[in-house]
Design a binder for this molecule. Structure first.
Ligand code: SAH
Length: 433
């Protein structure tokens, strides 16, 4: 048992089965071995590949989106980029490189803010943007430099200031500075709770218990073991090899009462339905929405998911495969599809959401094919050309990332802009397929 697995086990033995949200949070961001506290998880040799890691075209197209809307907003003189969960820093590096070609826009950029919890990933982002440690300073409390705000200077992007923060609340932006926000594959990593509707329309929570139930304390006697289709994406019995298993709480847990307060969850789902809900995502979306409205900013949320509430998408990812999410916490990425309808609902009345639309159609409308042509012409190497075409297909094809990944635009509540290439916003609120 790793120290993290032991910690989770001891916690469950002491206080009873824990919510999937608590398990997820510990397994992903715990300082004692959470998955994201290790650095090398991305890329072909890591556990998964993300769009910016596939091709520079992705970030370049995003840069064009920001430039276009900056123009549409009347060219505000000061802007600042804010990225949530920047991974290896590749996306921001590509955006900055592309932005340089738009002189007036580039001049407006005052700095870059990264919201990133992982000290290891902060290092990668730092080096990726060409910051120099000799000029990087810890801001505020210096007792835990890996986690407190850091401030550096990007040598390769014209001496721009780069700041690192644990949470969005720490990011301070001047009143006259327009924030350009990006959240790419960020929300899918935020903790979810899971519930199942039972008799009499009562929701019971799906919890994580230790696998040998004889060791469970008296207060966890209520839950009944759950087999089969939980984590259906990986198939089979998810309890067999791991030290943990899913159980169904008997009766209504206080989490169900709090998380499912919206009456939609009562009216849209019937007995046997499951829902995955991420209140942390709603909390951050509310902050983002208020912030974008207060500072006249704009944002893109890009992730895999659907525009409705799903029930069985929680899964582990390791070595480019779906794996049992309860097997050795800390050793794999844990994720759930993003519920865009829930994000839109959270932002309702605070900011204007447009979309989500499919990534493939977003990239096509924003000119990824023209960029592909340019890049193809810039090289005579047929292997490089083939690779470019493969990457383009991977990002846009409906059978690859083009359909599962969605793009949501967030504009100020007062904005009357019709963002490109989004149609009119549909009605707000969570709903089923
Ligand atoms: N956007 C990048 C990385 C995606 S992985 C890309 O597409 O390549 C998720 C990122 O979010 C990682 O950088 C991870 O460390 C960060 N992250 C996960 N949970 C977080 C949290 N609660 N607060 C801040 N950052 C978090």
């Amino acid at each position: 048992l790793t120290p993290l697995a032991k910690h989770i086990r001891d916690t469950i033995l002491a206080t009873g089965p824990m919510s999937i949200a608590q398990y997820m949070q510990l397994a992903l961001t715990s300082p004692i071995g959470g998955y994201y506290t290790r650095g090398q998880v991305f890329g072909r040799s890591g556990d998964f590949v993300t769009s910016p890691e596939i091709s520079q075209m992705f970030g370049e197209v995003m840069a064009v989106w920001y430039v276009l809307h900056w123009e549409m907003m009347g060219r505000p003189p000061k802007t600042v980029f804010v990225e949530l969960g920047p991974g290896r820093g590749t996306l921001m590096d590509d955006i900055m490189r592309a932005a340089k070609r738009f002189g007036a826009f580039y001049k407006s950029i005052q700095g870059i803010h990264f919201v990133e919890k992982s000290p290891e990933l902060r290092k990668l982002q730092h080096d990726r943007l060409g910051c120099d440690w000799s000029t990087t300073a810890v801001v505020g409390d210096k007792s835990d430099a890996g986690r407190t705000p850091l401030s550096g200077v990007s040598q390769q992007h014209g001496g721009l200031r780069v700041g690192w923060y644990d949470v969005l609340e720490q990011v301070a932006v001047d009143k006259d500075c327009v924030p350009l926000v990006m959240a790419h594959e960020f929300f899918d990593a935020l903790p979810i709770y899971k519930f199942e509707k039972g008799e009499n329309n009562k929701w019971s929570e799906i919890l994580v218990d230790v696998a040998d139930s004889s060791a469970a304390p008296a207060q966890s006697a209520g839950p009944t073991p759950l087999r089969g289709s939980v984590g259906s994406k990986i198939g089979g019995d998810t309890t067999s090899t791991s030290h943990f298993k899913f159980v169904r709480a008997r009766g209504v847990t206080s989490n169900a009462a709090v998380v499912l307060r919206d009456q939609r969850f009562d009216s849209l789902f019937t007995k046997g339905n499951r829902v995955e809900v991420s209140p942390e995502s709603a909390r951050i979306m509310i902050q983002l929405a208020d912030w974008i409205s207060a500072n006249n900013g704009m944002g893109l949320v890009i992730d895999y998911g659907a525009d409705w509430t799903q029930g069985d998408t929680f899964r582990g990812i390791k070595g480019h495969r779906f794996v049992d999410p309860l097997d050795s916490p800390g050793s794999m990425d844990l994720t759930a599809d993003v519920d865009f309808s829930y994000l839109r609902f959270a932002a309702q009345g605070r900011a204007k959401c447009h979309g989500p639309i499919e990534q493939g159609s977003f990239l096509h409308s924003m000119g990824i094919q023209a960029r592909l042509q340019q890049l193809l012409q810039s090289t005579g190497d047929s292997k490089v050309q083939q690779d470019l075409v493969d990457c383009y297909k991977r990002l846009t094809d409906v059978h690859s990332m083009g359909r599962v990944y969605k793009v949501l635009a967030v504009l100020p509540n007062s904005s009357t802009l019709s963002p490109i290439p989004f149609a009119q916003p549909p009605a707000n609120g969570p709903h089923k397929q």
